[in-house]
Design a protein around this ligand. Structure first.
Ligand SMILES: Cc1cc2nc3c(=O)[nH]c(=O)nc-3n(C[C@H](O)[C@H](O)[C@H](O)COP(=O)(O)O)c2cc1C
Length: 170
């Protein structure tokens, strides 16, 4: 597990190579194993492979341009009527997607949608309209998935900052 965590980097450049369905299935399975507040599993996923749709998605924010170059994008949505913790549940789920992508030899990046855009908050209605996501659902993020164009350096032991670890009290 620590290997995938160490290797996990935010990848923003992808090879033009399709993601095999079995790998996508494993990624979605691992997303479905994510913990949720009250066990509600209130997420919904939209898988986008269509080039025109990906191009439009990449215009959602100033930090999403590279989304169009991924072979597929998993848009992480959430039903706030079923679940109680939109941001926490969907972000943890996105991290499962990210880590299992690495485990499958793939790469991803958490691309913020909720509260993002210019003006702030405009990205979510934009993505919802584009993908015909029902009005009552929220959209936390997009997870582009593909083979990394180049490998980024893994995280190093030095990331552990002992000054930030407090025992018993701060
Ligand atoms: C909540 C959250 C939102 C993020 N939003 C974006 C984004 O919109 N676009 C992007 O390119 N990266 C985004 N990132 C990725 C971060 O920039 C990245 O995790 C950080 O720079 C550390 O790099 P690393 O993931 O390679 O360790 C986001 C990450 C998180 C956790």
């Amino acid at each position: 597990m620590i290997d995938a965590i160490r290797k996990r980097r935010s990848v923003r450049a992808f090879l033009k190579k399709e993601v095999p369905e079995e790998k996508l299935k494993e990624i979605l399975l691992s997303a479905s194993f994510a913990p949720t507040s009250w066990g509600t599993k209130a997420w919904e996923f939209v898988i986008v492979k269509d080039a025109e749709r990906k191009k439009a998605l990449s215009k959602a924010t100033a930090h999403s341009a590279f989304v169009k170059d991924a072979p597929l994008v998993i848009v992480v949505c959430y039903d706030p009527k079923t679940g109680r913790r939109f941001k926490e549940d969907s972000s943890i789920c996105a991290e499962h997607i990210h880590l299992e992508a690495v485990n499958q030899g793939l790469a991803s990046c958490f691309v913020q949608v909720a509260d993002a855009g210019d003006p702030p908050g405009s990205a979510e209605p934009y993505v919802k309209k584009l993908l015909a996501i029902p009005e009552n659902l929220r959209v936390q993020c997009m997870m582009p998935v593909g083979y990394a164009k180049r490998e980024l350096a893994p995280h190093k032991e030095s990331a552990l900052d002992l000054k930030k670890i407090h025992y018993e009290s701060f």
